[in-house]
Write a protein that binds this ligand. Structure first.
Ligand SMILES: *[C@@H]1O[C@H](CO)[C@@H](O)[C@H](O)[C@H]1NC(C)=O
Ligand SMILES: *[C@@H]1O[C@H](CO)[C@@H](O)[C@H](O)[C@H]1NC(C)=O
Length: 216
């Protein structure tokens, strides 16, 4: 009896220590957790406030002019001969945000087939667009492409004097806010055009400026 008592006391003391230790761990864990949640909330509030102050918006893109001086498909060699000049405008609607247009490549397709591509903006012509500015760009597509076309559809479009040509553009842009440059993005732009072409090369119908879809 005399020597079992201290053993019992030891066991009680060690149990107590363990309980304290667990409680402490729990306290620490809880504190870290609360701090983490506060930091996350703070970051979200800062992002929200910045978003409201800056109000970032994507650029607007239009095709202002389309000049089709050749669009000739010959069925015997399945060749489309084309000469198309497209004039675009890009507008920055933002009050504070600037854009960098680093690279723009345009692809034109007819009847679901891409027949030509052209550089619109290269590293040599890349530029910074300031807030509320509109800048012109253009693409020149000239040459020939071997492709399968439904000649009846083509002849019908030719008679109507309007060709439906789709343009898709791949952008490489960055943003600038003050001296801070960020956000390498690759927006895609799509334009569905009705391009007039007269049988004698003279356009009978005027091209209607077309707004494009900008997919940021
Ligand atoms: C189309 O191409 C053919 C063959 O090159 C040519 O004979 C014809 O004159 C061209 N037509 C037009 C409208 O350019
Ligand atoms: C359209 O683009 C072409 C080719 O870059 C250019 O020569 C022409 O001046 C442009 N037209 C207008 C109205 O900007």
């Amino acid at each position: 009896m005399a020597d079992t008592q201290p053993q019992l006391n030891d066991a009680v003391a060690s149990n107590e220590r363990e309980r304290l230790h667990t409680r402490c761990c729990y306290c620490l864990f809880k504190t870290v957790w609360i701090i983490l949640v506060l930091i996350i909330i703070l970051v979200m509030v800062v992002i929200l406030v910045l978003y409201i102050v800056i109000q970032p918006r994507s650029f607007k893109f239009h095709v202002t002019e389309a000049t089709l001086s050749q669009f000739n498909y010959t069925a015997n060699d399945n060749t489309l001969r084309y000469n198309l000049v497209l004039n675009f405008t890009a507008r920055n609607p933002n009050k504070k945000l600037n854009f960098y247009y680093d690279q723009v490549v345009a692809h034109v397709s007819y009847d679901g087939v891409t027949f030509a591509s052209a550089d619109v903006i290269t590293w040599m012509t890349s530029f910074r667009q300031y807030e509320k500015n509109t800048d012109p760009m253009s693409g020149v597509f000239s040459g020939h492409h071997v492709m399968a076309l439904d000649i009846n559809d083509f002849e019908q479009d030719k008679r109507s004097g309007v060709f439906h040509i789709d343009v898709s553009l791949n952008f490489e842009t960055r943003y600038r806010l003050g001296n801070f440059i960020f956000g390498d993005t690759k927006p895609r732009v799509h334009c569905g055009l009705q391009v007039p072409f007269g049988s004698n090369g003279l356009t009978l119908i005027a091209f209607r400026p077309t707004q494009c879809l900008v997919d940021f």
